[in-house]
Ligand binder design. Structure first.
Ligand code: EPU
Length: 425
């Protein structure tokens, strides 16, 4: 198992190109199952989650070629059965349910297992699919669904107790594009990744309006075509590098991020500015430079669905606040159990108390490197950030978590001046 040695104390400067979005790529790759024709998807990040999705598509019978960031998929003849061996590796595998059901009128997809960041039930996915006519039963750990007469558009409210669901909205949208009649998704997720999927589906010939709002309308069509598409920039990778720049950037020149989307980064930008750092975008909003402020101050965060502050940036900001003077309070309302990184940061000298989905952080300048364990994707990124600003070496174990979603994070940080080594074991 690879581990990362982060030697603290380097100053970051220069520029970095942000990869395509992992969380936009996953449902878009799944959506290629909706057509027999060839789709070409560009800027798919080379991370293990997109590789798992490609393995699933291949296991379902699609022909897939991958060359650097471009993935070419032809799903001419596909099977309806997504096996446990592959599905268990990645929760987002469940977003093949919608396309399989839409195209084949049946699907058998293994129920994903537990997840370190919380319970992560699938009730809303099932509610959505049942709402437009799927009959679903649990059999041997699989969700077996069928709609012998096809799916039929209806109004479905996808509001859950923690708000809307991103992949649940994606699944219903993908199922509804080939349904008879019109589907209306109320309380839909409005994340930029949902909008990117809707744009991809519309290019294929779907009739979707309202993506990016809480009400999405999908008028079913008979078939969809193969198309080319470039996925949007990864706002979470970008946000992570913005925080890295605020924590360890050169005060004069800062760090410049290329290929970003200003609008998608607003919650992270606003919090960095509130904490005393400097963020400046170019005129087109596609590049930004982040410089650490001379008098940083703690701030409070409450995660919320987009356009609120993303849960996927919570761990990285916790890392920032751990070295920022003052008391910061970070509450995760979406995944209240997603605080495993705090115990590891405490081992590095951070002063963080976690109670009931809220972390109270007393900032301190004196963190020191220690062996730590990555628990999930964003937690591991947060530990890398803490390591950059700690004295001595931080050894991050279970690195496979970070490789699930950050393309070459160590190489990118090294290019910016970080002193990091990957130890392959
Ligand atoms: N929820 C339910 N029932 C469901 C589905 C979700 O109660 O059927 C709850 C969840 O437990 C959670 C809330 O609804 O409390 C929101 O979860 P959501 O369904 O939106 O999460 P997701 O679609 O499974 C995506 C991202 C996550 C990100 C969340 C929230 C992908 C592949 N994953 O997951 O990304 O945290 O939205 O924004 O898009 C990550 O990249 O590190 C990551 C975990």
């Amino acid at each position: 198992m690879d581990k990362l040695l982060v030697h603290g104390g380097s100053t970051l400067k220069g520029s970095v190109h942000i990869s395509g979005s992992k969380n936009a790529s996953l449902p878009i790759l799944a959506a290629t199952l909706l057509t027999k024709q060839t789709c070409i998807i560009r800027r798919v990040p080379d991370v293990s989650d997109t590789n798992y999705m490609i393995q699933i598509l291949t296991a379902l019978g699609a022909e897939v070629e991958r060359s650097s960031g471009t993935v070419r998929i032809t799903a001419a003849n596909i099977d309806h059965n997504a096996p446990y061996e592959i599905v268990r590796k990645m929760r987002a595998s469940i977003c093949v349910m919608g396309p399989l059901l839409a195209r084949l009128h049946k699907a058998s997809v293994s129920l994903p297992g537990g997840c370190i960041i919380g319970d992560r039930p699938v009730d809303l996915h099932l509610k959505g699919l049942e709402g437009i006519g799927a009959d679903i039963n649990m059999e041997g750990g699989n969700m077996v669904m069928q709609a012998p007469d096809g799916l039929h558009g209806k109004e479905v409210d996808l509001r859950g107790k923690h708000g809307p669901t991103v992949l649940g909205t994606d699944n219903l949208m993908m199922a509804a594009v080939l349904a008879k009649g019109t589907t209306v998704i109320e309380s839909a997720a409005c994340e930029p990744e949902v909008v990117d999927l809707a744009n991809f589906l519309n290019k294929m010939g779907a009739k979707i309006t309202g993506a990016g709002t809480r009400r999405i309308t999908i008028e079913g069509v008979d078939e969809l075509d193969g198309v080319e598409h470039t996925v949007i920039p990864d706002r979470i990778e970008a946000g992570t590098f913005m925080v890295a720049a605020a924590m360890a950037g050169c005060p004069e020149n800062g760090v410049t991020l290329h290929r970003v989307c200003e609008q998608d980064l607003k919650p992270s930008t606003d919090k960095l500015i509130e904490s005393g750092h400097h963020v400046e975008f170019n005129d087109t909003g596609t590049s930004c430079t982040v410089k650490p402020g001379s008098e940083p101050i703690g701030a409070n965060i409450v995660t919320a669905p987009f356009p609120g502050f993303p849960t996927d940036m919570q761990a990285q900001f916790t890392s920032l606040f751990a070295i920022t003077p003052g008391i910061s309070v970070v509450e995760d309302t979406i995944f209240p159990q997603r605080f495993m990184h705090c115990a590891e940061m405490t081992r590095m000298g951070a002063d963080i108390k976690v109670d009931n989905g809220t972390a109270i952080i007393q900032g301190s300048q004196n963190m020191s490197g220690a062996p730590v364990m990555a628990s999930d994707l964003r937690a591991s990124a947060a530990l890398v950030l803490s390591g950059l600003c700690s004295e001595g070496t931080t050894e991050i174990n279970r690195l496979y978590h970070i490789d699930r979603g950050y393309e070459n994070i160590d190489d990118k940080l090294i290019m910016l001046g970080a002193n990091i080594e990957r130890v392959r074991e």
